[in-house]
Write a protein that binds this ligand. Sequence first.
Ligand code: NAP
Length: 306
Amino acid sequence: MKVLFAAPARDWDEWHRALIAAAPEMDLAREGDPASFDALIYAPGYPEDGSTLDFTPFTKARVVQSLWAGVERIVTNPTLTQPLCRMVDPGLARGMSEYCTGWVMRAHLGMDHYTQDGIWRHAIVPPLASARRVTILGMGELGRALAQCLRGLGFCVTGWSASGRPVEGITVLDAPALGQALAGADILVSLLPDTPATRGLLNAETLAMLPEGAWLINAGRGTVLVEEDLLAALDAGRVGHAVLDVFTAEPLPAGHPFWSHPRVTVTPHISAATRPETAAPVAAENLRRAMSGAPLLHLVDRSRGY
Ligand code: NAP
């Protein structure tokens, strides 16, 4: 099978190695006659001149496999008629669980109280995890993995998703129960995708539903959060601290107030990178399925945008 690597050139070396190891039969190329490719492997940042990729000439392509879990930059491309699959891989889920659990533990243990300033704050004792309520917005591949990880540590975990689809051992609320999900969040983690329905979901009105001093961890997409409303909620004390990995504009501009806010922690969209060693076998499996006409894995629902 002939596959176009439609991803930034800097990614070529490590992905080429991993993809060929996972599918030695793959003829992976960075350029060529579009009509000759059986499939595309796509990542944001391609084409590198900033133009929008035109899928029309890829007449033979049976699938476009995204290397990213979030597909908001490609799903609305009107020239894309080929099936689009997003990345679901164990390394992504593990990475996101580790990232979010780390910050949940910082919030839970109140680590920020114990600064090295000579003051013996022995009155501040964190409760056990069972007394700490964590709400996860978005109970997809990543939200479910995090929920199980936090549950294993004893946290009182509630999930929230559009459908409220059940997850073993976790209470999952559906869309109309957003207020309940927020009101019960000492720590709120957002792992929602960027879609027309999620944009601006965390705004002045919804942030006001959180308990006083709640922590917010946003590792899904920046557009879910109205940034000015978060700043106001932080200043009002409604939100105690925000850990943000994703932003409306990335990289976060140098003068952005988040950089200097004492109760904001910025990380540069690193919470869950797609790691070639775990993701290449997933991509290879899907390409093989496309070639043999077998059902594709992790097909994006274009109407929902994720
Ligand atoms: P997923 O499996 O598609 O799950 C998405 C979840 O969000 C589902 O539970 C879905 O509900 C829910 N959802 C979508 N729209 C909703 C709405 N309007 N209201 C309520 N719930 C809604 O996605 P995933 O693999 O878990 O990944 C989630 C997102 O994480 C990705 O889209 C990506 O943007 C982001 N991400 C970030 C990083 C990073 O490094 N920061 C890395 C990887 C991924 P249903 O279950 O009812 O469908």
